[in-house]
Design a protein around this ligand. Structure first.
Ligand SMILES: Cc1cc2nc3c(=O)[nH]c(=O)nc-3n(C[C@H](O)[C@H](O)[C@H](O)COP(=O)(O)O)c2cc1C
Length: 338
């Protein structure tokens, strides 16, 4: 069991925030397969304060979508504190502060990973956030700005002194973006320096990668991000693998197709019938990854304009057993070799 503030988790893995991806439908699909704590994508404190309608929709939730964390991004304390007042009524279980986003548009304003250039200021900001809310506060950092300024340990210590209840670390520098591989050493250094829970993030694409993250870093929990794209089963499989040590079976093609259809339906409810097929295009590609001979279907998915067209493509995918072969073989040895 893992405790972050007053929140207790049965499983030591969570769904990481992903901008444009971890919306309500995505979170609910992951929850079906054992994801306990999920995060809304990062929310700009300024956008919240200016009552941006898109942002208001992004922070919406429902009772089954729990426990849920929200992640704020910003550098201006006045806006951040106002944003905290606005979200108070949602009673999220965790408020995470983003000091990790690598996008230039964000860092050029001193936000996201830009915060890692001034770890002392990050600490001061976090202290004010902690003082302003009763909700447990966490922070997400990176390894550092670039390879010449890897300062995760220093930043993490300032953050801990500020009174946060947990720390997420993506083991890449801002300069790396999402390229290269995750640096387990830097996560281990942070874990060894802190006495609050540390959540390791980076390259958890399978239950074996999750175990590797635990073994290499000693972290208390792992965050699953890209590994959950079109793959909500990773939560069920990770729970099973950590418990039994056996590599679980990958889902059958019929189960994949069923979940694709369910996911599409909830996207229609959430985003509306016009936007839904467009939103689902990338999900079609992710869900069918690793299956054989799906390129023509994927091409057609990118031209699909209605829910019905998309459902037809999912039905075609489901009915073609040929697709099955590669996916089923991914379950055993391929996973082990990853
Ligand atoms: C498309 C995309 C959007 C992301 N958006 C966010 C975000 O809003 N907030 C955040 O803290 N991290 C965000 N991340 C980073 C992930 O949470 C995670 O730390 C990172 O992808 C490393 O994990 P992975 O290698 O398992 O994907 C995003 C990553 C991706 C790929």
């Amino acid at each position: 069991m893992l405790k972050i503030g007053s929140l207790t988790l049965n499983y030591p893995f969570i769904l990481a925030p992903m901008a444009g991806i971890t919306d309500l439908p995505f979170r609910m699909i992951c929850r079906r397969y054992g994801c306990e704590l999920a995060f809304i994508e990062m929310i700009s404190a300024k956008a919240l304060v200016y009552k941006n309608r898109k942002t208001e929709k992004m922070i919406a939730t429902r009772p089954e979508d729990r426990p849920l964390g929200i992640q704020l991004i910003g550098a201006d304390l006045e806006f951040i504190l106002k944003a905290l007042d606005i979200i108070r009524k949602y009673e999220y279980e965790i408020i995470d502060f983003n000091a990790a986003c690598p996008v230039t548009k964000v860092t050029s304003k001193g936000e996201g990973a830009g915060m890692m250039k001034e770890p002392r200021k990050l600490g001061q900001l976090l202290k004010a956030i902690v003082a302003h809310t009763d909700t447990p506060v966490t922070v997400k950092i990176r390894a550092g700005w670039d390879e010449k300024s890897v300062n995760a340990r220093e930043s993490a210590l300032y953050a801990q002194d500020a009174g946060i209840q947990g720390l997420f670390i993506h083991g890449r520098t801002r300069a790396q973006g999402y390229s290269g591989s995750v640096d387990y050493d830097v996560i281990r250094e942070v874990k060894e320096a802190l006495n609050i829970p540390v959540v390791g993030s980076g390259d958890v694409f399978s239950p074996l990668h999750a175990k590797k993250m635990f073994d290499e870093t000693g972290c208390d929990c792992v965050a699953i991000a890209r590994g959950a794209l079109g793959n909500p089963w990773i939560f069920r499989e990770t729970a099973e693998f950590l418990k039994t040590g056996k590599v679980p079976q990958r889902p059958h093609i019929h189960e994949v197709a069923d979940i694709m259809a369910a996911h599409l339906r909830s996207i229609v409810d959430y985003h509306g019938p016009v936007a839904a097929p467009v939103v689902f295009r990338k999900l079609f590609v992710w869900y069918t990854k690793g299956f054989r001979d799906v390129k023509p279907l994927k091409d057609r998915a990118f031209r699909a304009e209605t829910e019905e067209e998309m459902l037809e493509l999912i039905a075609e995918f489901r009915g073609n057993e040929r697709h099955c072969q590669t996916a089923m073989s991914v379950s055993g040895n391929d996973l082990l070799e990853m």
